[in-house]
Design a protein. Structure first.
Length: 351
């Protein structure tokens, strides 16, 4: 039977990082006896210096570690530090890269991990997966476990750049085509997708798709985005893999990452992939396009710097990025001519 570790606590609130010590004390009991290490970046530290210093100086044994890159080597080095120096609680405070570089070593060293995101650009906050750079800077997903605690301070998220919030929306939208591909794979393998993981991923998608909030920076919308991304992460935890939130549209994004140097947030690449995947899946992309336009999430490939050649090349190589995965790509014939038509259609729809 599949085992999973749901977080012990989740807070999505305005100013929820204000009194971090009493918050942690409430959740972990007797926080003064615990040794805490905070992983963050110099940039995040400069902004939240007062709060972090309070946590560091309240108890001398606590420590801070600045992450300057999300590589596997750094993650292993810090796992060593956590184990050798006997830290009890690991806190990741920052964007996705910092959180992943804190999540993996806390899993390896079997310590409690609390995630405090400063952006909501993808569904990695609550997921049991850490994406780290390996040889030649290539990103690889490593299985680990979801955080023990998640503290999402909406007043911090509100200050993050629009593009990153839009990327968060894009990563949620990808559940639309990922769930379809997951069903296809399950049918192909003669198994049944986990109903609860399916429900969580679908709910995460619908919560945003049918949101009544008009503005991306509206407090309620930020809360809904946070809830959606957390639900997506938990869906992956329950399923024991990323399939509830990662289908052919993610293969397209992996291909862009592996073969082309496109500096675009993950969530926007997968959202663009989802529009193409809808066409491959013979489904209407209208609900997704309408939704994205409503929040001004621009995924026009040319404006993202994805030329027709790159789009076609990335799709042609996408299946090879994860050959063990079954998706709609296994059921259709992708040719240059067909992909050119798909690109032109998308350019027209997203002009
Ligand atoms: Zn994703």
């Amino acid at each position: 039977m599949q085992t999973f570790n749901l977080p012990l606590f989740l807070t999505i609130e305005k100013n929820s990082t204000k009194d971090l010590i009493s918050k942690l004390d409430k959740e972990f009991n007797n926080i003064e006896s615990k040794k805490i290490i905070i992983f963050t970046s110099q940039g995040v530290y400069n902004i939240f210096k007062k709060g972090i210093d309070k946590l560091l100086h309240e108890y001398e044994k606590n420590s801070i570690y600045f992450i300057d890159d999300s590589t596997y080597d750094i993650a292993v080095d810090v796992a060593k530090k956590i184990s050798i120096e006997d830290f009890d609680i690991v806190i990741g405070f920052g964007g996705g890269k910092i959180l992943d570089t804190a999540k993996y070593p806390s899993y390896v060293s079997k310590k409690k991990y609390v995630a405090i995101p400063t952006t909501l650009s993808n569904d990695g906050v609550a997921s049991p997966i850490a994406v780290l750079k390996t040889y030649e800077g290539k990103a690889k997903s490593f299985g680990c476990k979801s955080p023990e605690g998640i503290i999402i301070d909406t007043s911090i998220i509100k200050k993050s750049p629009n593009t990153l919030l839009m990327a968060g929306i894009g990563d949620t939208v990808s559940n639309y085509t990922a769930l379809f591909d997951w069903k296809l794979e399950s049918k192909h393998k003669g198994v049944h997708p986990n109903d609860f993981a399916y429900l969580l991923s679908d709910t995460a998608l619908n919560m945003l798709l049918f949101s009544r909030e008009e503005h991306i920076r509206n407090e309620n919308f930020i809360r809904q985005l946070a809830q959606s991304l957390v639900l997506s992460g938990l869906a992956m935890d329950i399923a024991g893999n990323s399939r509830p939130c990662s289908g052919s549209e993610h293969l397209f994004s992996h291909s862009l990452d592996e073969y082309y140097n496109i500096n675009v947030p993950h969530g926007l690449k997968v959202a663009l992939g989802s529009i193409a995947s809808c066409i491959f899946q013979d489904r209407s992309y209208e609900p997704i396009v309408t939704f994205l336009k409503r929040y001004n999430v621009d995924i026009n490939p040319e404006r993202l710097g994805i030329s027709k050649e790159v789009f076609i090349g990335a799709w042609l190589k996408s299946q090879a990025t994860r050959p063990d995965r079954f998706s709609v790509l296994n059921t259709i014939e992708l040719s240059k001519e067909y992909l050119e038509k798909v690109y032109n259609e998308i350019m027209e729809v997203l002009k």
